[in-house]
Design a protein around this ligand. Structure first.
Ligand SMILES: Cc1cc2nc3c(=O)[nH]c(=O)nc-3n(C[C@H](O)[C@H](O)[C@H](O)COP(=O)(O)OP(=O)(O)OC[C@H]3O[C@@H](n4cnc5c(N)ncnc54)[C@H](O)[C@@H]3O)c2cc1C
Length: 335
């Protein structure tokens, strides 16, 4: 029996986000030879349709474009998937699995798709395996203090994958794509009006997307001012990383909320997380505890952040961070 898998691609700055490839790999590891892999992506002005096929090796890429420019991506995907569902049904087929990134878009959209398709929903997957031909997905609980393994009872189901956890490398352009189809979706006609009058992108320092960065240097209230982030930016630059923040730093207006990491901010899983002047409140830890290596710099030896850190440095961040930056610069110049 052939099944249809759909990954929801996220397009940013002229390419697909890394999490799209992680969703793709997740789908591939579940598929049999006769199954078909589709991608769906919301039309973006800077999207080059000719190049799409080379970027994403799937059977068909469905590009959804809303007639209404102000419609949200979530509403657009919902309508687009509804159209695909009906089209598959005409051929006697169905949508069996949908995979999204566990991003702002994925978290918004996955529950809606799950309801619409009467499908199971498993969110925030950090690992997957197959036991006796059944898929078993691992997801964190209680802000990363525990993990549960979940098995979908039946098809269809919807998954969201946490960025930076499953393998997924950008595709080679040699893959065969059978087609790119452009669907223009009429959001208002089908009764899911959702109009965003104005959208402002949250500011984030540097080019690297926090949720996909492999190195993050993060600052807390201990940086003491906007200017206090400067040494952290320099360290991040040396490490090709991104700069994040605790809510304490955001609330104090030292940086933008787009940089906030934690329960009510971004969930990150970098290879290296350097927490500078961050106490380690549970709400912050919830967003970064899955980082592969954690270094904490704090002048209070009893700060809770040291309980989850792999390496701890007790001292003043304004002395230690520039020392680290210089050491890395020196190391690079002697290579
Ligand atoms: C519902 C809810 C949701 C929340 N969501 C989030 C969230 O998503 N993300 C988040 O981060 N928080 C969140 N919080 C807030 C959280 O509880 C903490 O208040 C916040 O994380 C504290 O930020 P901080 O560690 O930067 O500040 P503080 O707790 O004030 O810690 C500052 C640290 O800096 C150290 N320090 C000071 N000066 C220096 C120096 N010169 N060198 C080295 N160390 C120094 C101090 O020893 C201290 O440990 C949430 C709270 C609630 C109630």
């Amino acid at each position: 029996m052939s099944r249809n898998f759909i990954i929801i691609g996220e397009w940013k700055a002229g390419t697909f986000r890394q999490v799209t490839y992680e969703a793709l790999q997740c789908a591939r590891s579940m598929m049999n030879r006769q199954d078909q892999l589709h991608a769906a992506v919301v039309w973006d002005e800077d999207m080059d349709q000719e190049e799409l096929g080379a970027l994403l090796p799937v059977h068909t890429i469905h590009v959804f474009r809303s007639k209404n420019k102000g419609a949200s991506a979530t509403a657009c995907i919902q309508e687009g998937i509804k159209t695909l569902r009906d089209r598959f049904a005409e051929k006697g087929e169905s949508i069996d699995v949908i995979i999204l990134g566990h991003t702002a878009l994925g978290r918004d959209t996955a529950p809606l798709l799950s309801c619409m398709l009467s499908a199971g929903l498993i969110t925030d997957i950090v690992d997957m395996t197959t036991i006796d031909e059944d898929f078993v997905f691992t997801r964190p609980l209680y802000a990363g203090k525990a993990f549960e393994q979940v098995q979908p009872r039946d098809f269809p189901f919807v998954l969201t994958v946490r960025p930076n956890n499953l393998p997924g490398k950008p595709s080679s352009s040699t893959a065969v794509v059978h087609g790119v189809s452009l669907e223009t979706i009429s959001i208002f006609e089908s009764g899911t009006p959702k109009l965003i009058k104005e959208a402002e992108e949250t500011k984030q320092d540097g080019e690297t997307d926090l949720s996909e960065a492999s190195v993050i240097v993060s600052g807390g209230r201990g940086v003491k001012s906007k200017e206090g982030f400067q040494p952290l930016k320099e360290l991040a630059e040396q490490l090709n990383g991104a700069v994040g923040a605790s809510r304490g730093a955001c609330d104090a207006d030292y940086c933008d909320y787009g940089m906030q990491i934690g329960q009510t901010g971004k969930m990150v899983t970098p290879d290296l997380y350097i927490a500078c002047g961050i106490s380690g409140a549970i709400q912050h830890v919830a967003g970064m505890s899955q980082s592969k290596t954690i270094i904490a710099i704090n002048k209070d030896p009893d700060a809770p952040i040291f309980q989850i850190a792999d390496y701890g440095i007790v001292g003043d961040l304004f002395e230690i961070v520039p020392l680290l930056t210089r050491a890395i610069q020196q190391h690079k110049s002697t290579r």
